[in-house]
Design a protein around this ligand. Sequence first.
Ligand code: XIL
Length: 476
Amino acid sequence: MPSRVLLAAVAAATGAALLLTGPGAQAGAAGTSLKTLAESGGHYFGTALTQSNLSNSTLTAVASSQFDMVTPGNEMKWDTTEPSNGNYNFGPGDQIVSYAKANGMRVRGHNLVWHSQLPGWVSNLPSNQVQGVMESHITTEATHYKGQVYAWDVVNEPFNEDGSLRQDAFYNAMGSGYLADALRTAHAADPNAKLYLNDYNIEGENAKSNAMYNLVASLKSQGVPIDGVGLESHFIVGQVPSDMKANMQRFTALGVNVAVTELDDRIQLPANSGSLAQQAADYATVVNDCLAVAGCVGVSQWGVGDADSWIPGAFSGYGAATMYDNNYQPKPAYSAVVTALGGSSPTPSSSPTSSPSSSPSSSASPSSGPGAGCRVGAVVNAWNTGLTENLTITNTGTTALNSWSLAFTLPGGQTVTSAWNTAITPSSGAVTATSLSYNGTLAPGAATTVGFQATHTGNTAAPTAFTLNGTACTIG
Ligand code: XIL
């Protein structure tokens, strides 16, 4: 017989759409800030900040109210801290640390050794001088910040995509031994800092993350001080790896922590309600994955808002990658993260100045502006290899909908085989269910029920976050 799983209604959230009216209001109600919610589960929620960010009071109001961990965007990198041999400049980094301290935030030091933003004088050194220079740099910087940083990205981005080590100045001079040497040198300078290796495209299981896994296993077996692996997590919307949680778990099984260190989720511009809804589902997936892995210590976004993000400069045609739009208004991803962290989901924004980031030409769908609101109740009936799930979607807003699309992420191993009263694509992972000709109209207060049948491999849970036309929904 099918076992019946009823999801408890989150009654407190019902209908509690918050009206957020200005840049200072993003914090939402007390208890709904990212940091407060993350801390209640023993995690942190961080952001990158650059020196110039500190003079933007709208930005810092969001940073200090929402985040409890700061990563300097550039200020602790080699080109800033030691622009010429033996001449150190910690002024910009110190400013970030002062800001963090003044606002009760911790600091992730980023970074000590990296092939990029590395001054030419280092890459041009004769190879027999590189080790001494690297050790001096690590010792001087880690000693300067001793006791002030929670963690260091000791070596950043050591791998090529195929899992081989990058042939940078350090590898070329010292071979793979430079990694252990860098970690040991950092540990000697600041024994209390958590020491990380950090890289991108290691969020799912692939050649590169396998290489990182093998490296960490080897370092651990040699007693080299390593505390964690940073998964940068620069994603493309809709492409969060479905095995991110499993991948994090295999790292923590080695006895190290993991952290999501530079999260963003880029969208091909202009963004629209569909891509913003998918982004919300992606952010929720990442946060849920971290929360599900004991040993995942926290999540940091790379920059506060879309206006601060490195993405448009680095990936032509892409942007809108963060949880805050260009005006520091929270986007659907913000609400989805609040929900994932266990808070009650505020309506992203009702400010008339708010618009989808970087897409002034795409008008908001009728349901993502003022008056939008939704609730989704999920009822799962599961048996050993399959399940059915009914989703009751209620328009809790004040605006009628003419059509709707509901974005959510299916738990790993679930694959949709058929659907009723809706069309669902794709069949697994981050999916979108759309209205059909006869059930697109939803007046305020009206509800419709749709459903699907799926196969599963053991995880019969319902999705944990839904967004309807770009608005994050309460659950229940
Ligand atoms: C980026 C900064 O955000 C940019 O301002 C800078 O021009 C380039 O570097 N991986 C990392 C970060 O580890 O240090 C990078 O930061 C983004 C990719």
